[in-house]
Design a protein around this ligand. Structure first.
Ligand SMILES: Nc1ncnc2c1ncn2[C@@H]1O[C@H](COP(=O)(O)OP(=O)(O)O)[C@@H](O)[C@H]1O
Ligand SMILES: [Mg+2]
Length: 360
Protein backbone atom coordinates (compact mmCIF):
# COMPACT_ATOMS: atom_id res chain seq x y z
CA UNK A 1 0.00 0.00 0.00
CA UNK A 2 1.17 3.56 -0.74
CA UNK A 3 2.69 6.30 1.32
CA UNK A 4 1.29 9.42 2.84
CA UNK A 5 0.35 12.33 0.54
CA UNK A 6 3.10 14.86 -0.12
CA UNK A 7 1.30 17.92 -1.43
CA UNK A 8 -2.05 18.42 0.29
CA UNK A 9 -2.77 21.91 -1.12
CA UNK A 10 -2.50 20.79 -4.76
CA UNK A 11 -4.55 17.78 -3.92
CA UNK A 12 -7.25 19.96 -2.35
CA UNK A 13 -7.38 22.19 -5.44
CA UNK A 14 -7.73 19.28 -7.83
CA UNK A 15 -10.51 17.74 -5.73
CA UNK A 16 -12.36 21.06 -5.75
CA UNK A 17 -12.01 21.39 -9.51
CA UNK A 18 -13.18 17.83 -10.06
CA UNK A 19 -16.24 18.31 -7.86
CA UNK A 20 -17.13 21.61 -9.49
CA UNK A 21 -17.11 20.09 -12.98
CA UNK A 22 -19.18 17.12 -11.80
CA UNK A 23 -21.73 19.46 -10.26
CA UNK A 24 -22.09 21.53 -13.43
CA UNK A 25 -22.56 18.41 -15.50
CA UNK A 26 -25.09 17.00 -13.02
CA UNK A 27 -27.15 20.18 -12.87
CA UNK A 28 -27.29 20.48 -16.63
CA UNK A 29 -28.41 16.88 -17.00
CA UNK A 30 -30.99 17.19 -14.19
CA UNK A 31 -32.98 19.53 -16.48
CA UNK A 32 -33.25 17.02 -19.35
CA UNK A 33 -36.75 15.70 -19.93
CA UNK A 34 -37.23 12.73 -17.59
CA UNK A 35 -38.36 10.21 -20.13
CA UNK A 36 -35.80 11.10 -22.76
CA UNK A 37 -33.42 8.46 -24.06
CA UNK A 38 -30.82 11.20 -23.93
CA UNK A 39 -30.83 10.76 -20.14
CA UNK A 40 -30.38 7.00 -20.22
CA UNK A 41 -30.81 4.50 -23.10
CA UNK A 42 -33.89 2.26 -23.09
CA UNK A 43 -33.56 -1.30 -21.89
CA UNK A 44 -34.77 -3.86 -24.41
CA UNK A 45 -35.41 -7.07 -22.52
CA UNK A 46 -35.09 -9.29 -25.58
CA UNK A 47 -31.42 -8.35 -25.94
CA UNK A 48 -30.65 -9.97 -22.56
CA UNK A 49 -30.57 -13.47 -21.17
CA UNK A 50 -31.41 -13.55 -17.47
CA UNK A 51 -28.94 -15.93 -15.86
CA UNK A 52 -28.97 -15.85 -12.06
CA UNK A 53 -30.27 -13.89 -9.08
CA UNK A 54 -27.48 -12.24 -7.08
CA UNK A 55 -29.57 -10.23 -4.64
CA UNK A 56 -33.11 -9.82 -3.45
CA UNK A 57 -34.60 -6.86 -1.72
CA UNK A 58 -37.89 -5.47 -0.64
CA UNK A 59 -38.96 -4.59 -4.18
CA UNK A 60 -37.75 -7.45 -6.29
CA UNK A 61 -34.46 -8.95 -7.32
CA UNK A 62 -31.15 -8.21 -8.97
CA UNK A 63 -30.20 -10.61 -11.76
CA UNK A 64 -27.04 -11.12 -13.73
CA UNK A 65 -27.80 -11.01 -17.42
CA UNK A 66 -25.85 -11.65 -20.57
CA UNK A 67 -26.16 -9.38 -23.57
CA UNK A 68 -25.66 -11.56 -26.62
CA UNK A 69 -25.15 -8.58 -28.91
CA UNK A 70 -21.89 -7.47 -27.36
CA UNK A 71 -21.15 -10.50 -25.16
CA UNK A 72 -21.24 -8.47 -21.94
CA UNK A 73 -22.67 -9.08 -18.47
CA UNK A 74 -24.90 -6.68 -16.53
CA UNK A 75 -26.80 -6.63 -13.26
CA UNK A 76 -30.47 -5.87 -13.80
CA UNK A 77 -32.42 -4.64 -10.80
CA UNK A 78 -36.03 -5.71 -11.39
CA UNK A 79 -38.38 -3.67 -9.22
CA UNK A 80 -41.89 -5.05 -8.91
CA UNK A 81 -44.50 -2.41 -9.65
CA UNK A 82 -46.96 -4.16 -7.32
CA UNK A 83 -44.47 -3.91 -4.41
CA UNK A 84 -43.62 -0.27 -5.13
CA UNK A 85 -47.29 0.69 -5.07
CA UNK A 86 -48.17 -1.52 -2.11
CA UNK A 87 -45.32 -0.10 0.00
CA UNK A 88 -45.93 3.46 -1.19
CA UNK A 89 -42.41 3.83 -2.53
CA UNK A 90 -43.19 5.49 -5.85
CA UNK A 91 -41.49 8.73 -4.87
CA UNK A 92 -38.34 6.99 -3.56
CA UNK A 93 -38.15 4.83 -6.67
CA UNK A 94 -38.53 7.83 -8.91
CA UNK A 95 -35.74 9.55 -7.01
CA UNK A 96 -33.53 6.44 -7.38
CA UNK A 97 -34.09 6.42 -11.12
CA UNK A 98 -33.59 10.14 -11.60
CA UNK A 99 -30.41 10.34 -9.52
CA UNK A 100 -28.86 7.24 -11.10
CA UNK A 101 -29.70 8.47 -14.59
CA UNK A 102 -28.24 11.90 -13.94
CA UNK A 103 -25.15 11.35 -11.87
CA UNK A 104 -21.83 11.66 -13.74
CA UNK A 105 -20.16 8.25 -13.37
CA UNK A 106 -17.27 7.71 -10.96
CA UNK A 107 -15.50 4.53 -9.97
CA UNK A 108 -16.93 4.38 -6.45
CA UNK A 109 -20.58 4.24 -7.54
CA UNK A 110 -22.35 1.66 -9.69
CA UNK A 111 -23.14 3.05 -13.07
CA UNK A 112 -26.67 2.92 -14.53
CA UNK A 113 -26.44 1.89 -18.18
CA UNK A 114 -30.06 1.47 -19.27
CA UNK A 115 -33.56 1.79 -17.91
CA UNK A 116 -36.83 0.17 -18.95
CA UNK A 117 -40.22 -1.04 -17.81
CA UNK A 118 -42.90 -3.53 -18.78
CA UNK A 119 -46.29 -4.40 -17.34
CA UNK A 120 -44.83 -5.84 -14.13
CA UNK A 121 -41.44 -4.26 -13.44
CA UNK A 122 -39.08 -1.37 -13.71
CA UNK A 123 -35.64 -2.47 -14.92
CA UNK A 124 -32.45 -0.70 -13.94
CA UNK A 125 -29.44 -2.04 -15.80
CA UNK A 126 -26.11 -1.62 -14.01
CA UNK A 127 -22.61 -2.74 -14.67
CA UNK A 128 -22.20 -6.12 -12.95
CA UNK A 129 -19.91 -5.73 -9.93
CA UNK A 130 -18.65 -9.30 -9.51
CA UNK A 131 -16.74 -9.34 -6.20
CA UNK A 132 -19.73 -9.72 -3.87
CA UNK A 133 -20.82 -7.60 -0.91
CA UNK A 134 -18.64 -6.15 1.86
CA UNK A 135 -21.29 -7.79 4.04
CA UNK A 136 -20.21 -11.26 2.84
CA UNK A 137 -16.55 -10.48 3.47
CA UNK A 138 -17.31 -9.33 7.03
CA UNK A 139 -19.46 -12.41 7.59
CA UNK A 140 -16.61 -14.70 6.54
CA UNK A 141 -13.67 -12.98 8.26
CA UNK A 142 -15.46 -11.41 11.22
CA UNK A 143 -13.55 -8.18 11.50
CA UNK A 144 -10.93 -6.60 9.27
CA UNK A 145 -7.61 -4.95 10.16
CA UNK A 146 -7.64 -1.19 10.71
CA UNK A 147 -5.50 -0.50 7.65
CA UNK A 148 -8.00 -2.38 5.48
CA UNK A 149 -10.81 -0.35 7.05
CA UNK A 150 -8.85 2.80 6.17
CA UNK A 151 -8.60 1.58 2.58
CA UNK A 152 -12.34 0.85 2.31
CA UNK A 153 -13.36 3.81 4.44
CA UNK A 154 -11.48 6.20 2.16
CA UNK A 155 -13.48 5.00 -0.82
CA UNK A 156 -16.82 5.28 0.95
CA UNK A 157 -15.75 8.73 2.13
CA UNK A 158 -15.01 9.76 -1.46
CA UNK A 159 -18.35 8.39 -2.66
CA UNK A 160 -20.30 10.26 0.04
CA UNK A 161 -18.33 13.45 -0.54
CA UNK A 162 -19.12 13.21 -4.25
CA UNK A 163 -22.84 12.72 -3.56
CA UNK A 164 -23.06 15.48 -0.97
CA UNK A 165 -21.40 17.88 -3.39
CA UNK A 166 -24.36 17.18 -5.71
CA UNK A 167 -26.79 17.82 -2.83
CA UNK A 168 -27.63 14.13 -2.64
CA UNK A 169 -28.05 12.41 0.73
CA UNK A 170 -27.46 8.68 0.41
CA UNK A 171 -29.33 7.42 3.53
CA UNK A 172 -28.66 3.69 3.18
CA UNK A 173 -25.03 3.10 3.99
CA UNK A 174 -24.43 -0.51 5.14
CA UNK A 175 -22.18 -3.42 4.11
CA UNK A 176 -24.92 -5.03 1.96
CA UNK A 177 -24.89 -2.01 -0.35
CA UNK A 178 -21.13 -1.97 -0.84
CA UNK A 179 -19.74 -4.21 -3.56
CA UNK A 180 -16.25 -5.28 -4.64
CA UNK A 181 -15.06 -4.74 -8.19
CA UNK A 182 -12.83 -7.31 -9.87
CA UNK A 183 -9.84 -5.27 -8.60
CA UNK A 184 -11.07 -5.36 -5.01
CA UNK A 185 -12.11 -1.69 -4.97
CA UNK A 186 -15.52 -0.66 -3.68
CA UNK A 187 -18.65 0.45 -5.44
CA UNK A 188 -21.68 1.82 -3.65
CA UNK A 189 -24.98 0.50 -4.96
CA UNK A 190 -28.67 0.94 -4.05
CA UNK A 191 -29.87 4.50 -4.35
CA UNK A 192 -33.35 3.46 -3.20
CA UNK A 193 -33.31 6.02 -0.39
CA UNK A 194 -31.04 8.62 -1.99
CA UNK A 195 -32.57 12.04 -2.25
CA UNK A 196 -31.53 15.26 -3.90
CA UNK A 197 -32.35 18.00 -1.46
CA UNK A 198 -30.88 21.35 -0.52
CA UNK A 199 -32.79 21.80 2.72
CA UNK A 200 -33.82 19.57 5.59
CA UNK A 201 -35.86 16.43 5.09
CA UNK A 202 -37.99 14.36 7.46
CA UNK A 203 -38.72 10.89 6.07
CA UNK A 204 -37.95 7.98 8.37
CA UNK A 205 -35.98 5.60 6.17
CA UNK A 206 -32.81 3.55 6.29
CA UNK A 207 -31.73 0.51 8.30
CA UNK A 208 -32.19 0.50 12.12
CA UNK A 209 -28.51 -0.12 13.06
CA UNK A 210 -27.41 2.77 10.83
CA UNK A 211 -30.04 5.41 11.64
CA UNK A 212 -28.73 8.70 12.99
CA UNK A 213 -30.34 10.07 16.17
CA UNK A 214 -31.91 13.02 14.32
CA UNK A 215 -33.75 10.59 12.01
CA UNK A 216 -34.96 8.53 14.97
CA UNK A 217 -36.17 11.69 16.69
CA UNK A 218 -38.00 12.86 13.51
CA UNK A 219 -36.19 16.16 13.85
CA UNK A 220 -35.54 17.03 10.25
CA UNK A 221 -32.12 16.13 9.02
CA UNK A 222 -29.59 16.56 6.26
CA UNK A 223 -26.24 15.21 4.99
CA UNK A 224 -24.79 14.62 8.46
CA UNK A 225 -26.90 11.43 8.73
CA UNK A 226 -24.50 9.84 6.22
CA UNK A 227 -21.51 10.72 8.45
CA UNK A 228 -23.20 9.03 11.40
CA UNK A 229 -23.76 5.93 9.24
CA UNK A 230 -20.13 6.20 8.15
CA UNK A 231 -19.09 6.00 11.81
CA UNK A 232 -21.26 2.90 12.27
CA UNK A 233 -19.69 1.33 9.17
CA UNK A 234 -16.12 2.00 10.39
CA UNK A 235 -17.02 0.45 13.73
CA UNK A 236 -18.61 -2.58 12.07
CA UNK A 237 -15.55 -3.13 9.86
CA UNK A 238 -13.03 -3.07 12.70
CA UNK A 239 -15.14 -4.80 15.37
CA UNK A 240 -17.17 -7.22 13.22
CA UNK A 241 -20.56 -6.05 14.51
CA UNK A 242 -22.39 -2.71 14.66
CA UNK A 243 -21.99 -0.60 17.83
CA UNK A 244 -25.70 -0.47 18.66
CA UNK A 245 -27.30 -3.82 18.28
CA UNK A 246 -30.41 -5.71 19.38
CA UNK A 247 -33.13 -7.92 17.91
CA UNK A 248 -35.53 -5.16 18.84
CA UNK A 249 -35.24 -1.95 16.77
CA UNK A 250 -36.53 0.16 19.69
CA UNK A 251 -33.58 -1.00 21.78
CA UNK A 252 -31.18 -0.11 18.94
CA UNK A 253 -32.68 3.39 18.80
CA UNK A 254 -32.35 3.78 22.55
CA UNK A 255 -28.65 2.83 22.39
CA UNK A 256 -28.04 5.15 19.41
CA UNK A 257 -29.63 8.08 21.25
CA UNK A 258 -27.34 7.46 24.21
CA UNK A 259 -24.41 6.98 21.79
CA UNK A 260 -22.23 5.24 24.32
CA UNK A 261 -19.67 3.56 22.13
CA UNK A 262 -17.94 0.55 23.65
CA UNK A 263 -15.22 -1.15 21.67
CA UNK A 264 -15.26 -4.93 21.88
CA UNK A 265 -11.71 -5.34 20.62
CA UNK A 266 -8.30 -3.73 20.84
CA UNK A 267 -7.97 -0.74 18.53
CA UNK A 268 -5.59 2.17 18.12
CA UNK A 269 -6.34 5.56 19.65
CA UNK A 270 -6.82 7.11 16.18
CA UNK A 271 -9.37 4.52 15.18
CA UNK A 272 -11.41 4.88 18.36
CA UNK A 273 -11.21 8.64 18.14
CA UNK A 274 -12.52 8.98 14.58
CA UNK A 275 -15.43 6.65 15.33
CA UNK A 276 -16.31 8.61 18.48
CA UNK A 277 -16.13 11.90 16.60
CA UNK A 278 -18.51 10.57 13.95
CA UNK A 279 -20.93 8.98 16.42
CA UNK A 280 -21.85 12.28 18.06
CA UNK A 281 -25.59 12.60 18.61
CA UNK A 282 -25.76 16.33 17.92
CA UNK A 283 -25.33 16.65 14.12
CA UNK A 284 -23.92 20.17 14.46
CA UNK A 285 -21.01 18.74 16.45
CA UNK A 286 -20.41 15.67 14.30
CA UNK A 287 -17.22 15.24 12.28
CA UNK A 288 -17.93 15.84 8.58
CA UNK A 289 -20.53 18.46 9.42
CA UNK A 290 -18.29 21.07 11.03
CA UNK A 291 -16.81 24.19 9.41
CA UNK A 292 -14.24 22.31 7.35
CA UNK A 293 -16.76 19.65 6.29
CA UNK A 294 -15.40 16.42 4.90
CA UNK A 295 -11.86 17.73 5.11
CA UNK A 296 -11.91 17.12 8.87
CA UNK A 297 -12.48 13.42 8.18
CA UNK A 298 -9.88 13.18 5.42
CA UNK A 299 -7.29 14.98 7.56
CA UNK A 300 -7.83 12.75 10.58
CA UNK A 301 -4.86 10.53 11.44
CA UNK A 302 -6.94 7.44 10.69
CA UNK A 303 -7.01 8.40 7.01
CA UNK A 304 -3.44 9.67 6.92
CA UNK A 305 -2.20 6.10 6.97
CA UNK A 306 -2.74 5.74 3.23
CA UNK A 307 -2.48 8.05 0.24
CA UNK A 308 -6.03 9.04 -0.62
CA UNK A 309 -5.11 10.28 -4.14
CA UNK A 310 -3.54 6.89 -4.86
CA UNK A 311 -6.66 5.14 -3.65
CA UNK A 312 -8.71 7.47 -5.83
CA UNK A 313 -6.57 6.54 -8.84
CA UNK A 314 -6.91 2.89 -7.82
CA UNK A 315 -3.16 2.49 -8.05
CA UNK A 316 -2.74 0.69 -4.72
CA UNK A 317 -3.16 -3.08 -4.70
CA UNK A 318 -6.38 -3.89 -2.83
CA UNK A 319 -6.10 -5.99 0.36
CA UNK A 320 -8.64 -8.52 -0.87
CA UNK A 321 -8.98 -9.36 -4.55
CA UNK A 322 -11.98 -11.50 -5.47
CA UNK A 323 -11.39 -14.82 -7.15
CA UNK A 324 -13.18 -14.80 -10.47
CA UNK A 325 -13.34 -17.30 -13.27
CA UNK A 326 -14.65 -14.83 -15.82
CA UNK A 327 -16.63 -11.59 -16.12
CA UNK A 328 -19.99 -13.28 -15.47
CA UNK A 329 -18.86 -15.35 -12.47
CA UNK A 330 -21.47 -15.15 -9.69
CA UNK A 331 -19.62 -17.34 -7.17
CA UNK A 332 -19.10 -14.40 -4.79
CA UNK A 333 -22.84 -13.98 -4.26
CA UNK A 334 -25.27 -16.10 -2.26
CA UNK A 335 -27.79 -18.35 -4.00
CA UNK A 336 -31.42 -17.29 -4.09
CA UNK A 337 -34.54 -19.07 -5.20
CA UNK A 338 -35.17 -18.39 -8.87
CA UNK A 339 -38.90 -17.71 -9.09
CA UNK A 340 -39.80 -16.60 -12.62
CA UNK A 341 -40.55 -12.93 -13.19
CA UNK A 342 -44.23 -12.07 -13.37
CA UNK A 343 -45.55 -11.94 -16.90
CA UNK A 344 -48.89 -10.24 -17.50
CA UNK A 345 -50.61 -8.63 -20.49
CA UNK A 346 -51.91 -5.51 -18.86
CA UNK A 347 -50.15 -2.98 -16.68
CA UNK A 348 -52.51 -2.04 -13.83
CA UNK A 349 -50.27 0.92 -12.94
CA UNK A 350 -49.70 2.59 -16.29
CA UNK A 351 -50.67 5.99 -14.93
CA UNK A 352 -48.54 5.70 -11.76
CA UNK A 353 -45.37 4.97 -13.73
CA UNK A 354 -45.91 7.38 -16.58
CA UNK A 355 -43.02 9.61 -15.47
CA UNK A 356 -40.51 6.81 -16.04
CA UNK A 357 -39.12 6.13 -19.52
CA UNK A 358 -41.00 3.55 -21.57
CA UNK A 359 -40.75 2.41 -25.13
CA UNK A 360 -43.80 0.21 -25.51
N1 LIG B 1 -24.51 -3.77 -9.96
C1 LIG B 1 -24.54 -4.86 -9.18
N2 LIG B 1 -23.67 -5.88 -9.37
C2 LIG B 1 -23.71 -6.97 -8.57
N3 LIG B 1 -24.60 -7.15 -7.58
C3 LIG B 1 -25.49 -6.18 -7.35
C4 LIG B 1 -25.51 -4.99 -8.13
N4 LIG B 1 -26.49 -4.19 -7.64
C5 LIG B 1 -27.04 -4.87 -6.63
N5 LIG B 1 -26.46 -6.07 -6.44
C6 LIG B 1 -26.80 -7.08 -5.43
O1 LIG B 1 -28.19 -7.07 -5.18
C7 LIG B 1 -28.47 -6.71 -3.83
C8 LIG B 1 -29.75 -5.90 -3.78
O2 LIG B 1 -29.61 -4.73 -4.59
P1 LIG B 1 -30.00 -3.30 -4.02
O3 LIG B 1 -29.83 -2.30 -5.10
O4 LIG B 1 -29.25 -3.08 -2.76
O5 LIG B 1 -31.54 -3.52 -3.76
P2 LIG B 1 -32.47 -3.26 -2.49
O6 LIG B 1 -32.94 -1.86 -2.65
O7 LIG B 1 -33.58 -4.22 -2.67
O8 LIG B 1 -31.66 -3.49 -1.26
C9 LIG B 1 -27.22 -5.94 -3.37
O9 LIG B 1 -27.08 -5.99 -1.98
C10 LIG B 1 -26.13 -6.70 -4.11
O10 LIG B 1 -25.77 -7.89 -3.46
MG1 LIG C 1 -29.75 -2.74 -0.76
Amino acid sequence: MGNVISNPENEEESIKEYLKTAKEEFEKKWEIENKSEELVPFFRKDDFQFIKTVGTGSFGRVMVTHNDKDDSFCAVKCLSKDCIIEKEQLEHTYSEYKIMATIPPIDFLVNLMQFGQDTGYLYMVFEFVPGGELFSLLRSVGRIPEITATFYGAQVLSALHYLHNLDIIYRDLKPENILFSDKGYLKLTDFGFAKRCQSRTYTLCGTPEYLAPEIILCQGYHKAVDWWAFGILLFEMVCGHPPFYSENPMEIYKQALEARVRFSCKLTKDCKEIIRLLLVTDPTKRLGNLRKGVRDIRDHNFFRRLSLPEIFKQSIRAPFIPELEGPGDTANFDDYDEAPLLNRDVDPYEAEFENFPRDY
